[in-house]
Design a protein around this ligand. Structure first.
Ligand SMILES: Nc1ncnc2c1ncn2[C@@H]1O[C@H](COP(=O)(O)OP(=O)(O)OP(=O)(O)O)[C@@H](O)[C@H]1O
Length: 251
């Protein structure tokens, strides 16, 4: 499997003289896999996701996407990158424009990138709704007229309208009830089958266990361990993982 991302010595320092949010992080993402990123609050997971999507460019080290360092990409390359790599946030309400109807929200990015002719809109938006399990009758709704789980599905449909190669889910199921969580997990597994590579960031070990091919544990800005899901859960090395596994979590 070829690598989509290759990250070398990624270091992020937000305030001069204070601690590093990320410290010499090295990791890769293989095409077709689901990579789980696990760690406690404040450990640096979102900083990693934001840096991998250039929402944060105040980093040192290298983030290579398909062999090209993100900050050295020219305008055209960055535009392609922003289509190919999508980020889904924890709070779908704040990431959806409250003044736009669902169909316009879903198609906005695809229009900006010139991906779809006007006459193909209806077909595309219906197939995207179907993929994420939203009813066609929701097309004219505003975000406030959707439940939390439905809003998260809408955010995924909007990302899918760009036919991305990679989707990073940053705590995307954290605020959802168990049924919605399960539905989003199933969507992610279906995405993997259709060739989309995914990163799932969470502090929820059962969720990461169900879905990931490989896991990285990141705390205090450092990678504490990395390996195939079954390997690191059966013989954990980090104190963090040992503690969770010794608590009430059962594999
Ligand atoms: N823009 C910023 N400016 C200053 N400090 C920041 C900024 N973003 C994050 N931090 C700090 O960097 C550290 C890592 O934060 P980050 O959000 O990456 O952690 P996280 O693992 O995603 O946490 P959570 O699971 O709670 O979302 C934290 O101490 C946070 O306060």
């Amino acid at each position: 499997m070829s690598r989509l991302f290759d990250i070398k010595n990624l270091t992020v320092k937000f305030n001069k003289g204070s601690f590093n949010a990320l410290e010499k992080v090295n990791l890769y993402l293989k095409k077709g896999e689901i990579l789980g990123i696990l760690g406690e609050s404040g450990g640096g997971k979102s900083t990693l996701a934001n840096s991998m999507t250039l929402l944060n460019d105040r980093y040192t080290g290298e983030i290579l996407y398909k062999g090209k360092e993100l900050k050295s990409m020219n305008h055209g390359e960055k535009k392609i990158f922003s289509k190919e790599v999508q980020l889904i946030f924890q709070d779908p309400y704040s990431s959806l424009n409250p003044k736009m109807r669902l169909k316009d929200i879903i198609l906005e990015g695809a229009f900006i990138h010139g991906l779809i002719p006007k006459n193909a809109c209806n077909g595309l938006v219906k197939s995207l709704l179907d993929k994420v399990g939203l009813k066609e009758s929701y097309l004219d709704r505003y975000p406030r007229e959707l439940s939390g789980g439905e809003r998260q599905k809408a955010a995924i449909a909007r990302a899918l309208a760009l036919f991305p190669d990679v989707i990073i889910f940053d705590e995307a199921t954290t605020n959802l009830d168990l049924v919605s969580q399960r539905e989003i997990l199933n969507i992610i597994l279906e995405l993997q089958k259709s060739g989309v590579t995914c990163i799932v960031i969470s502090h929820n070990l059962p969720l990461i266990n169900i879905i990931s091919d490989r896991i990285i544990v990141i705390n205090n800005g450092r990678i504490e361990e990395e390996g195939k899901t079954e390997d690191i859960l059966t013989s954990p090395k980090s104190e963090y993982l040992k503690e969770i596994l010794n608590s009430n979590y059962k594999l």
